[in-house]
Design a binder for this molecule. Structure first.
Ligand SMILES: NC(=O)c1ccc[n+]([C@@H]2O[C@H](COP(=O)([O-])OP(=O)(O)OC[C@H]3O[C@@H](n4cnc5c(N)ncnc54)[C@H](OP(=O)(O)O)[C@@H]3O)[C@@H](O)[C@H]2O)c1
Length: 338
């Protein structure tokens, strides 16, 4: 495993997003399978684990806390607040709440579930647009003063918001979706992070399975799979997107790697400040993904991958209208109709 610098931390160049061990892509795996996956990742040299209060409404943090607690000195722990499950008479619902008291409560609950005294990197999961970013980050900085968290991050924010937040308290990392098929950070966020010395954590780096070439039929997704809500996974768009894969798969084959590895190698090649956090429930996929850190692919192959799959060639938005309102990231102008 190679390591990259993220603020004060040296983290595995390919790290682990833990979300799907508890939620998101259909029925999550058993606790035993989750435990095996986390410990295998640690054994393989992964030392940066990403979770959030939101994932499984706390279940993911509980899993990560329980399984990794005995090894707490060996890894950098990242979690997120400001978006979590809140109990209502008709059940628990996902709520974005960036008020200081809500952030403090989220963090307190996370520390308990994670069974730790301190979270190394604590992100504001979404900027709550009803609350000035300065107020939310102001509370995060008080969490640092209290010793509850070591450093701060932001997720799915624009360059302007990053600047405002960074003026309140230094930001260590910005985490946003970034992959061959989601290029929004290239508009302004990556450049701003570089200018301010902020690291970048790329989530959904294998395009929620699209870039692995192994999701050939979205009709097979389970009813609870969150990809049903994402336009580019809707059958009419996905059929268009699948047409991009044969050339991509051929390129990977010629480079003697898998499509997932090519997607991850492309991301690593975009800058030493980028740390992809692919998620997986499969030990086989975990090994495959981690091996991408060792690949040395010619720049020409990576450029061809980028030319094949990008915002101009992909069909459908990454988020539906409601989710798009909740993020603050820059978007590309809509494509002109053919
Ligand atoms: N900040 C945010 O708002 C935000 C949002 C989303 C995600 N995240 C973070 O980013 C992490 C990763 O994102 P993600 O899970 O959404 O997307 P991802 O890593 O791009 O894709 C995960 C999906 O791809 C499949 N997969 C992964 N590697 C594979 C391989 N080598 N071959 C075939 N299939 C493979 C997984 O299935 P298998 O289980 O079968 O491998 C799963 O369905 C999350 O765990 C979470 O920590 C953050």
């Amino acid at each position: 495993m190679h390591y990259r610098t993220l603020g004060a931390f040296e983290v595995s160049a390919i790290s682990l997003g833990c979300m799907s061990l508890s939620y998101a892509y259909g029925v999550p795996p058993s606790a035993e399978q989750g435990e095996r996956l986390l410990l295998s990742a640690l054994d393989a040299g992964v030392n940066f684990f990403d979770t959030a209060a939101l994932y499984g409404f706390g279940n993911n943090e509980e899993l990560v806390g329980r399984v990794l607690k005995p090894h707490r000195q060996r890894y950098t722990l990242a979690s997120k607040g400001g978006m979590a499950g809140v109990s209502f008479p008709d059940g628990v619902k996902r709520v974005i709440d960036g008020r200081p008291e809500a952030i403090r409560k989220n963090c307190e609950d996370s520390l308990k579930r994670l069974q730790t005294d301190v979270i190394d990197l604590y992100y504001l999961h979404r900027w709550d647009k009803k609350v000035p970013i300065e107020d939310s980050v102001g509370e995060l900085s008080r969490l640092v003063e209290r010793g509850w968290v070591r450093t701060l991050g932001l997720s799915e924010v624009s360059a302007a918001t990053i600047r405002k937040a960074h003026a309140v308290h230094p930001i260590t990392a910005v985490q946003t979706e970034y992959s061959l098929w989601t290029r929004n950070p290239e508009i302004a966020v990556l450049q701003t992070c570089r200018e301010l010395g902020i690291g970048f954590v790329a989530f959904s780096p294998v395009g929620r399975a699209f870039l692995t070439g192994r999701l050939s039929d979205v009709q097979t997704l389970e009813a609870k799979d969150i990809r049903h809500n994402m336009p580019r996974f809707h059958p009419e768009h996905y059929a268009q997107n699948l047409k991009l894969l044969p050339a991509f798969e051929k390129l990977a084959q010629e480079a003697q790697c898998t499509p997932a590895q090519l997607a991850l190698a492309w991301l690593l090649h975009q800058g030493v400040d980028i740390v992809p956090i692919p998620g997986t429930t499969s030990l086989e996929h975990l090994s495959e993904n981690l091996a991408a850190a060792d690949l040395k692919l010619p720049a020409s192959v990576l450029a061809q991958a980028g030319a094949l799959i990008n915002q101009s060639t992909v069909s459908g938005d990454r988020y539906n209208a409601q989710s798009q309102i909740e993020v603050d990231t820059e978007t590309f102008a809509p494509k002109a109709p053919h």
